[in-house]
Design a protein around this ligand. Structure first.
Ligand code: SAM
Length: 421
């Protein structure tokens, strides 16, 4: 029976509004994803949360935190869920595994695969699987298999899958995720490389995976066997460097680096306010040796007698004794210059290297599709790996990242700001 209460009317209204916003943003592109997001109520899967908040297009809702207050589980934002559904290109009748449960996304997946398909959702946390089972039952999706397990090993009982959607931040691709995927099947996974998480859709080709698309999204971190900690290096109160793969062997040589006078180098590259810069971050991460992230606490920085200058980008690099970070400078008229601030006894070479890569990104890759990811098993002999711009050795996988060749078309959307013609 259709619910005709005022609350149900409001829910339908909010659903339609969210869908309109996601269509406008280019997240929802297919009629099926649109129809399903218009149809399935979200509030069943977060009954403790205010109705309006459940439909905020870009907000995930934390449903469980650890003792330190970090999010362990959440109802992912409509934007992230819709985009992953689009990336996964799910057809009726498919067999789909979702890693990381909650119920909401499994309900969308059930609608996508229809009565002839099958959905399995796995979570490491009993609190989450209990909730998911309860909510899915209440919403009429009791056919979904809800499994309590560490997804490091997949869910062999219902494999092979046409699609595996990972809804938790991964640092690696364990072998089970490839083995349990049919040939040509898709794995959609928020994968962290060099500290930068991108939700990547990867197609299985034999033992390897080849990316089709990637987009910037944040997800709560993987727990269990696949958990991975970054290395943090605190330079002073409110300024920390984060190394996601290899921390520098000589980290202690950077102590006191911020006591040097900064060298500021103008890259000649720029951004427009609000322009996506995910490919800029990735370009630096794949081309600058010693790449790391820099976290700056704004309040502590402003309180410092030697505050770091420039607008925050979070991108940095180190070379033994020197540090350089990319920063923005407001040029007015919604335009930003990209410059490099460098510290240390001899920072010019590193500063110029980062600036040169910013300029190349601006010339060749700004507004472009971003890089391609190839995933190989870690044991693949070196001679069998194709050439790549960056090769990262994870525990189980070799991640190769390559950029498309520039088209050589000078007419592309490049901003050269006035001081640097
Ligand atoms: C963002 S939530 C999932 C959101 C959900 N798909 C939804 O419908 O909104 C991420 C989940 O991944 C789970 N998780 C973390 N590590 C895991 C692991 N190794 N295996 C299975 N689940 C894991 C967490 O317990 C958490 O519930």
């Amino acid at each position: 029976m259709t619910d005709t209460t005022p609350a149900a009317d409001r829910s339908a209204e909010l659903r339609n509004r969210t869908v309109e916003e996601l269509k406008q943003a280019g997240t929802i592109v297919s009629p099926r994803v649109e129809a399903i997001l218009r149809m399935v109520p979200r509030e069943t899967f977060a009954p403790e949360v205010d109705l309006e908040a459940v439909y905020e297009p870009w907000n995930g809702l934390v449903t469980k935190k650890d003792a330190a207050g970090r999010a362990l589980s959440s109802l992912s934002a409509p934007d992230a869920q819709a985009h992953m559904l689009e990336q996964a290109r799910i057809e009726p009748g498919m067999n789909v595994l979702e890693i990381g449960s909650g119920g909401m996304n499994a309900a969308y997946l059930s609608e996508m695969v229809g009565p002839d398909g099958r959905v399995t959702t796995v979570d490491i946390d009993e609190f989450v699987t209990d909730r998911a089972s309860r909510f899915l039952g209440q919403a009429g999706y009791s056919k979904v298999n809800v499994v309590l397990a560490d997804a490091e090993h997949g869910v062999p009982d219902f494999a092979p899958y046409d699609r595996i959607l990972v809804t938790v931040g991964a640092w690696d691709i364990p072998p089970a995720w490839i083995d349990q995927l049919v040939e040509g099947g898709l794995l959609v996974v928020p994968l962290k490389v060099q500290g930068l998480m991108r939700t990547v859709a990867l197609a299985r080709e034999g033992d390897r995976l080849v990316s089709e698309s990637a987009r910037l999204f944040g997800f709560v971190p993987m727990q269990g066997a696949g958990a991975h900690d970054s290395t943090e290096l605190k330079l002073r109160d409110g300024v920390t460097l984060v190394f996601d793969e290899q921390p520098p062997a000589d980290a202690e040589t950077l102590a006191g680096v911020l006591d040097f006078e900064p060298l500021v180098v103008d890259s000649g590259a720029g951004l427009r306010l609000g322009e996506p810069w995910a490919t800029m971050q990735m370009w630096l991460a794949t081309t600058v040796p010693g790449f790391c992230r820099i976290m700056v606490d704004r309040m502590a920085n402003e309180a410092s007698d030697r505050p770091l200058g420039g607008g925050y980008t979070g991108m940095a690099a180190v070379d033994g004794t020197n540090l350089a970070y990319a920063a923005t400078r407001d040029l007015g008229d919604r335009e930003l210059a990209l410059e490099v601030h460098a510290y240390g006894p001899d920072p010019a070479a590193l500063a110029n290297q980062v600036a040169a890569q910013l300029a190349i990104w601006d010339r060749d890759h700004r507004g472009g599709p971003g890089p391609q990811y190839l995933i190989y098993p870690a044991a693949t002999p070196e001679a069998e790996l194709p050439a790549a711009d960056l090769a990262v050795a994870k525990r189980h996988a070799r991640v190769l990242i390559s950029w498309p060749q520039p088209t050589g078309d000078d007419s592309q959307d490049t901003l050269h700001h006035p001081n640097h013609q």
